[in-house]
Design a protein around this ligand. Structure first.
Ligand code: ADP
Length: 452
């Protein structure tokens, strides 16, 4: 290119100089002027190129000289490659963050000073952080909890710690497990998970084991005491009889407890009762009446003070059948009757009834017992919840009867309603939905006698 300019300059110098001065100097002058022009031209093109370079993507097709055009093309290609790489990285980052957002775990990224760099929505639900406003805040300032502060200071992050979550209240606990995972050059990842239900289950399990141990230890201690007495003291035949009867009562109490525990665990572990097994109310009533009479006589053996037991089953509703498990329904019904008999004093009255209304099939047990204050209603079906502990034990209660009823109801889409008045009596009603009922043909005497 420069040679071309020099040749043009030489020709120009030679032909445009006066005839008398056409010599080597005029040619050199022409070449010098051509060099200056070429230099200025290159400078101007370089300037144009530099101006374009400031925002090359806005005008990628701008025309440049051959040399600068070549350079510009390469730069545009390079920039396009870089741009598509940037877009691809941005897209994968977006996908990655969306995946972390969808995580059931709270995720917080901390820098080496434990300042929040990023957090997902779940973390804010667990710990009450604001994903935008709390950026760059020290995590220790945001989670003001002594357990967490000690954990951070300990620098030992191989375990999680349980702290109170955003929605924690005394009457409605919200527990969150948090753990720090150091990575890179001193940065940390904080993961959180909602452990409220796990903690509740763990507390229930501990309480349950403690309750069962206590319930079994009491009669066992009494039994051991009687055995020792029988072994060490020279007792008369009558005394021995008396102690053996007391021992038998304690053994019976333990057996009832184990039976109820087994019933509960069987119900919990079993599949839901299917809709094709039909249980006849009439048959169930026959069995319940027989059991109830036996229990009432056992608890109140004196003839004149007997409880009055009424079993009301109108012809109109007697042929009903409930779909579900006969053993579970029988267990629920007889628990209610057993409670009524055990808590109602001698000469009291107990009425067991079945009827069908627009709401559903209702099995009810009404007694003239001591009644229950309304504040106990919501807790009655908790395992081992008793209003009067000694009365429950004296009458052979295990504290599991209503827990069994609740479970059976849940498995049969039923609900329990309680009406009660202190010193007047109580009424427990079990309501089953209409779609679980059907009317069957009346039973013949022979069928009834055969039982369920
Ligand atoms: P328990 O084996 O102690 O009877 P339940 O679970 O059957 O256990 O009942 C829980 C508690 O509810 C009982 O301990 C008793 O205090 C109270 N309760 C249940 N039924 C009646 C009733 N018909 N009358 C009075 N109190 C009752």
């Amino acid at each position: 290119m420069v040679i071309l300019w020099l040749m043009v300059g030489a020709i120009f110098g030679y032909f445009f100089s006066p005839a008398s001065q056409k010599n080597f100097e005029s040619v050199t002058l022409g070449m010098l002027m051509a060099l200056v022009c070429a230099h200025m031209m290159a400078g101007w093109q370089a300037e144009k190129f530099l101006t374009w370079l400031q925002q090359p993507v806005l005008d990628p097709h701008k025309k440049h000289s051959a040399f600068w055009g070549n350079a510009a093309d390469r730069i545009v290609r390079l920039l396009k490659n870089k741009e598509s790489q940037r877009l691809a990285s941005e897209e994968s980052l977006r996908q990655f963050l969306a995946a972390i957002q969808a995580s059931p775990h709270g995720v917080i990224i901390l820098d080496k000073d434990t300042r929040i760099q990023w957090s997902n929505q779940t973390a804010s639900e667990h710990l009450g952080l604001d994903p935008k406003l709390d950026l760059q805040q020290l995590i220790g300032n945001m989670l003001r909890n002594p357990i967490f502060s000690n954990y951070v200071n300990s620098k030992s992050f191989d375990h999680e710690v349980i702290i109170e979550g955003r929605d924690h209240r005394i009457d409605s606990p919200h527990k969150v497990g948090v753990q720090l995972f150091p990575y890179g050059d001193g940065r940390m990842l904080l993961l959180s998970r909602d452990v409220t239900l796990i903690e509740q289950a763990e507390t229930m399990r501990r309480d349950f084991v403690a309750n069962v141990s206590h319930e079994i230890r009491t009669p066992l201690t009494v039994l051991a005491g009687f055995i020792e007495t029988l072994q060490s003291l020279p007792l008369s035949k009558e005394e021995q009889e008396k102690y053996l009867t007391l021992m038998s009562n304690q053994a019976f109490r333990m057996k009832s407890l184990v039976d109820d525990l087994l019933t509960l665990s069987r119900i919990e572990g079993r599949h839901l009762p299917g809709q094709h097994e039909w249980v006849s109310i009439q048959k169930i009533f026959l069995q319940l009446e027989e059991e109830a009479t036996g229990l009432s006589i056992k608890l109140h053996p004196l003839g004149k003070d007997r409880q009055r037991l009424n079993f009301v089953l109108d012809d109109e509703h007697a042929n009903a059948e409930i779909s579900g498990s006969s053993s579970e329904l029988l267990s629920a019904f007889s628990n209610l009757i057993s409670n009524a008999i055990r808590y109602t004093p001698a000469a009291g009255e107990i009425t067991v009834a079945w009827r069908i209304t627009e709401t559903g099939g209702i099995f009810s047990v009404t007694d003239s017992g001591p009644g229950i204050a309304p504040e106990h209603f919501s807790r009655l079906s908790e395992r081992f919840y008793r209003i009067d502990r000694s009365r429950s034990r004296d009458t052979g209660g295990t504290g599991l009867g209503l827990a069994i009823v609740k479970h059976v109801l849940q498995r049969h889409e039923g609900v329990m309603e309680i009406e009660s008045k202190i010193n007047v009596g109580s009424k427990f009603s079990l309501v089953f939905p209409l779609h679980r009922l059907r009317m069957n043909k009346p039973l013949s005497i022979a069928e009834s006698v055969n039982g369920i």
